[in-house]
Design a protein around this ligand. Structure first.
Ligand code: GCW
Length: 620
């Protein structure tokens, strides 16, 4: 038995979050921390940041394990727990001017006005010491604590549509400073990089990954970064996708591009997360949901060991329901990560209450968690007082962290934990309000994703969102000057007889990219699950579903059900009123009423449009 180092002490809970409880900015972090917690280091424990809790004693092999264990104790956990994934990373789509792509909770907590003011006043990009204001330091500490409390251990600080400027020294300095704030909380920083940087920054004439100068440039840049940030995590890259530069620009492959960066990062232990979200480049014109596999499958086995292919859970783009992305089946010799979207781009943004854990669990029911080496979540965090725009959107940040730590947790367990910690009384860390009410709130959360699917995209009817903001329905959406893959009419193809895209072997054959049994299951209209029907098939309006109803009747049923659910959420929330502070209750109430109206709007606009199409009153 190796020697046990005992670090027992009285833990004084002095974090400033205690003072945040009343102003609407409270996260799930509870106070007060129980007064005496015993912390022990045990070097015989498995070699990770897991913990063991027994009574009020937390034992772990590492300091981080002790920290994670303390928060677990607060959640009421007992027993032993270890992180399932080593990489549990938030992706912030934050631009350097402070705006956030697909952000619905205010501007960036990392970048923006303070920073650019400094640059303007100092009139130079070469100044090395950009200071974050005190407020920002504090804010980032809160952010870091919230992340650490649920096990998140990495963060990508900038948008995948990356400005090359992130690699200039003023920004690297700032990244160093942010890294310093996050480090005590076990959070490593990563950066999104623009593949064309050496050229875009005017330092070289090319960004060709096979050019020795370019390779040297990246090596030097990486050395510069590690000199400042020795525990820097690595790069996230969106290349040759939606207008971003990439290796194709020089006739090279994704593997050539990713490996060049990987070689530069390898000596320092850094990784490259290379995204597979691509369309409209090499396989232009092919069914968009097939293009990732078409582009990447032939490269399987060609990537360096420190390259991870990062793919969205579905093959299209974060719709409220997608079948899993078949790239997870196809890449057998490449490390893979899943990219989940916490920010609700297509799920009512920060205005609809939609709890996402059930959607992510659904994904894990198709893609074995062990096939992945990590999880990334596109963050929903901004400068809004309540961090996420909607109080209940915090639950999605929370659920992401919890599932990245343990993908076998149930959505229900996570919802209850979150409710308990978010709305529970500070005098009672174990149970929330009135039993019955809390159960209803959990049930509202658990039903909310299916409700959203029902009123936005029943039976697999996808991507009929408004240009370009994706809030609200636009079933007749078509713009000649837009890529066709952005146009709703491309996806539903409704006419007076039928609706949906044929992705079976008689159509685009996207089903052939799936492993069995899903390939056959999805390919056959008779066996295709209802929830994916219009995703994989073109279906006559009069087709009878398993329920005996026609497609048209079934669609109406789903739209109505979604609206009824939104109505019921308001009833449930009314019942919760006595147990929730006035401010948060009212803010959520206002948003639920908006959601109710919006759900009606989805139903009414879509049923009217499709009704007119099938009765031949309008032509698509
Ligand atoms: O979902 C789409 C979004 C883009 C986003 C892109 C991506 C960051 O509409 O805003 O760009 O996906 O994931 O790269």
């Amino acid at each position: 038995m190796s020697k046990r180092k005992v670090l027992s002490y009285l833990f004084i809970f002095s974090l400033s979050l205690m003072t945040w409880a009343e102003d609407g900015s409270k996260l799930w972090l509870r106070s007060p921390m129980p007064t005496n917690i015993t912390l022990r280091i045990d070097s015989t424990m498995p070699n990770d940041d897991g913990y063991r809790i027994s009574g009020r004693t937390v034992t772990a092999r590492t300091q981080m394990g002790l920290l994670y264990g303390k928060y677990a104790l607060l959640r009421g956990e007992q027993g032993e727990s270890h992180p399932f994934y080593k990489l549990r990373i938030l992706n912030h789509w934050d631009n350097l001017d402070g705006t956030i792509e697909r952000g619905y909770a205010g501007n960036s907590i990392f970048w923006g006005i303070l920073n650019s003011e400094f640059l303007i006043h100092n009139n130079s990009h070469s100044k090395n010491n950009i200071q974050l204001s005190t407020t920002n330091h504090q804010l980032l500490q809160h952010y870091a604590e919230a992340c650490a409390s649920i096990g998140i251990n990495g963060t990508v600080l900038n948008n995948v549509n990356a400005s090359p400027k992130i690699l200039t020294s003023p920004y690297i300095n700032k990244v160093k400073e942010i890294a310093g704030i996050l480090r005590p909380w076990g959070i490593r920083v990563y950066l999104s990089v623009n593949f064309g940087s050496p050229k875009a920054l005017g330092e070289l004439k090319t960004a060709d990954p096979m050019n020795p100068q370019v390779r040297k440039w990246w090596k030097k840049k990486v050395r510069e970064i590690y000199k400042m940030i020795p525990d820097f995590g690595g790069f996230l890259v969106k290349a040759n996708s939606e207008g971003q530069p990439g290796p194709f620009d020089y006739g090279r492959s994704h593997a050539d591009g990713a490996n060049m960066l990987a070689d530069a990062l390898e000596p320092y232990g850094g990784i490259v997360m290379w995204r597979s979200f691509v369309y409209g480049a090499k396989h232009q014109g092919e069914d968009r949901v097939k293009q990732a596999v078409s582009e990447f499958a032939e490269l399987d086995g060609q990537f360096r060991d420190n390259v991870i292919l990062q793919s969205k859970n579905g093959p299209l783009d974060f719709q409220p329901r997608e079948p899993y992305a078949p790239i997870f089946d196809q890449m057998k010799h490449t490390a893979q990560m899943a990219e989940l979207q916490i920010t609700q781009e297509y799920l009512g943004q920060s205005k609809h209450l939609v709890y996402l854990a059930p959607m992510w669990q659904e994904f894990f029911s198709f893609v074995e968690p062990t096939r992945l080496v990590g999880i990334a979540g596109v963050a929903n965090i901004g400068l809004d007082t309540n961090w996420c725009g909607h109080h209940f959107s915090q639950a999605n940040w929370y659920a992401f962290g919890r599932l990245a730590w343990n993908p076998t947790l149930t959505s229900e367990q996570i919802a209850k934990e979150w409710l308990n910690q978010t709305f529970g009384s500070i005098h009672n860390s174990q149970f929330i309000f009135h039993n019955d009410t809390s159960l209803k709130l959990a049930s509202m959360m658990l039903r909310s994703r299916e409700a959203c699917v029902d009123y936005m995209m029943p039976l697999g009817l996808h991507h009929i969102f408004k240009f370009d903001h994706h809030m609200g329905p636009e079933p007749d959406g078509f713009k000649a000057d837009y890529p066709i893959e952005w146009c709703p009419v491309y996806y539903h193809r409704a006419n007076k007889d039928s609706i949906g895209i044929d992705r079976s072997n008689t159509g685009t054959n996207a089903t052939s990219q799936y492993r069995e049994p899903y390939r056959s299951l999805y390919d056959n209209i008779e066996t295709c699950p209802d929830e994916y029907l219009l995703w994989f098939h073109r279906v006559p309006w009069t087709y009878r579903l398993k329920s005996g109803l026609t497609l048209w009747e079934e669609l109406q049923k789903h739209y109505n059900h979604g609206v009824n659910e939104a109505d019921d959420f308001i009833n449930i929330w009314q019942q919760a009123k006595p147990y929730i502070d006035e401010q948060r209750w009212q803010e959520v109430e206002d948003l639920l009423r908006f959601q109710q109206q919006d759900a009606r709007n989805w139903r009414d606009v879509c049923l009217k449009y499709f009704g007119q199409i099938q009765s031949n009153r309008i032509k698509p």
